[in-house]
Ligand binder design. Structure first.
Ligand code: NAD
Length: 252
């Protein structure tokens, strides 16, 4: 389907649906300056997936916190970036009543920063750290400024853990995410290859029962065959801006 046609179809589906949920992955944040894992600059390509999985897991965090934090500080303490136009468009779409919620695999806090009110983050939020001893929460700035490699709590001196889901841990907000996705009338996936479970499984479950799956992504995803519309783009911002522009025209 040509881009023009695809956008028209998405506008039509959005106007018809009263229960639209958006699912986002790392691809929505690359335009904001945060690389995805699988893309050209992603750490799966530059370092190798096995290497990354070997460090970014709960066992390494517990047994070798120094190895964990050396890696985490280098690759996951995101520099302060602003949301991309795509993030801002999703916030606008929520305000316009076009979308009900955003379910995201991202940990960069950019949907919240752009102004979306209903954000279900399944892999946590890199802006936060939690004390493994007393549960006190800290902002990432505390860790950035901490004088040692391994940050510890200023109350009980136990090690802090990033509030992100490491390999080997359960996702957060499992039921909310599953209910929103499988209960949606229209599902719009943006910037995800749909290879990371269980979220990809929820989308697959949705696609088994409903037709209205829209995928906006650069390159293939695991569920292209099930999508009513698949739009290939490397600028999700431009696509969403155009969609919003046409909905607004439609409403006049
Ligand atoms: P993924 O790497 O599986 O897929 C990202 C997809 O986005 C790819 O198909 C890629 O081609 C596409 N993409 C990249 N740039 C794009 C652009 N400008 N426009 C449109 N599409 C673009 O990502 P994923 O499915 O989110 O899974 C990776 C895991 O890594 C996630 O679980 C996530 O938690 C984590 N992660 C998060 C961040 C973040 O918070 N920003 C960044 C990297 C990885």
């Amino acid at each position: 389907m040509a881009q023009e046609q695809a956008i028209n179809r998405i506008v039509e589906l959005l106007s018809r649906s009263n229960n639209t949920v958006v699912v986002t992955g790392a691809g929505i944040s690359t335009e904001a300056g945060i690389p995805d894992f699988r893309g050209e600059k992603g750490i799966y390509r530059t370092l190798g997936e096995r290497y990354v999985l070997g460090i970014l897991n709960i066992d390494t965090f517990r047994r070798e916190p120094d190895t964990f934090y050396e890696f985490y500080r280098q690759y996951f303490m995101f520099p302060p970036v602003e949301p991309s136009p795509a993030h801002f468009m999703l916030a606008k779409m929520e305000k316009m009543g076009l979308i009900k919620a955003v379910v995201t695999q991202n940990i960069d806090n950019l949907h919240q920063k752009a102004g979306n009110k209903r954000v279900v983050a399944v892999h946590g939020n890199a802006e936060r750290f939690i004390c493994t001893g007393c549960g006190t929460r800290f902002k990432s700035q505390y860790v950035v400024e901490f004088p040692e490699l391994i940050p510890t709590c200023d109350k009980c001196e136990q090690i802090l853990k990033p509030d992100v889901v490491l390999f080997g841990e359960h996702i957060q907000n499992y039921l909310d995410a599953r209910d929103l996705i499988t209960g949606a009338k229209l599902l719009v996936v943006i910037g995800s290859s749909l290879t990371v479970y269980p979220l990809a499984g929820f989308v697959k479950e949705f696609s088994t029962f409903y037709q209205d799956l829209v995928i906006i992504n650069k390159g293939p995803t695991q569920l292209d065959h099930a999508a009513a519309v698949k739009l290939n783009t490397d600028s999700t911002g431009e696509v969403l801006e155009e969609i919003v522009r046409r909905v607004e025209l439609h409403r006049r």
